[in-house]
Design a protein around this ligand. Structure first.
Ligand code: HEM
Length: 143
């Protein structure tokens, strides 16, 4: 019974991870297009980006973290394992990008010319590598 509840919470944790990370990667791609647009299409693009951030990305992050804490409470022994410490450190780096995205969106709303494709291509690559490392740590549990 306990195992079934754990697995259910795990499934919801992963569902929320998909929203959070999928949304962040989509934001990086959309923000990379901002310098290519002008006028109304640019404003619309920024509006879409903001809605995506406020709905999917914030929601995904909050549920991922809340259910991660529930998983730890259900299996407190994981707190002594090195892979979890390393994973939480990498999650903190993703959270740093999350907050930075929010600041960049607000800044770009006032200064729509102040971005380059390169900046968001780098962020897209960095977030992808962080998630790959988190998946390796969580699934292989190497230490
Ligand atoms: C980008 C963020 C995250 C990703 C990609 C991610 C990914 C995963 C994956 C793939 C699993 C399944 C592992 C397995 O069944 O072998 C898992 C489990 C788990 N996650 Fe996350 N997670 C993230 C964030 C978090 C956060 C923020 C916490 C804690 C606050 C957390 C705590 C846990 C715990 C405790 C488990 C159960 C581990 C076990 O006993 O097997 N996760 N996560």
């Amino acid at each position: 019974m306990n195992d079934a509840v754990f697995e259910m919470v795990l499934a919801l944790h992963l569902f929320a991870v998909i929203f959070w990370i999928g949304g962040l990667l989509m934001l990086a791609s959309l923000l990379g297009r901002v310098p290519l647009e002008v006028g109304l299409p640019k404003e619309r693009l920024l509006g879409t980006v903001r809605r995506l951030f406020e709905v999917a990305v914030n929601f995904g992050a909050a549920i991922t973290i809340a259910l991660g804490i529930v998983l730890i409470l259900m299996r407190p022994e994981v707190l002594t394992q090195g892979w979890l410490h390393a994973k939480l450190l990498l999650v903190a780096v993703i959270l740093f990008y999350h907050v930075r995205f929010y600041r960049r969106i607000r800044f770009l709303e006032d200064n729509p010319s102040a971005s380059t494709r390169r900046e968001f291509a780098i962020v897209h690559g960095a977030v992808s590598l962080l998630v790959l490392a988190i998946l390796m740590l969580t699934i292989l549990k190497p230490f």
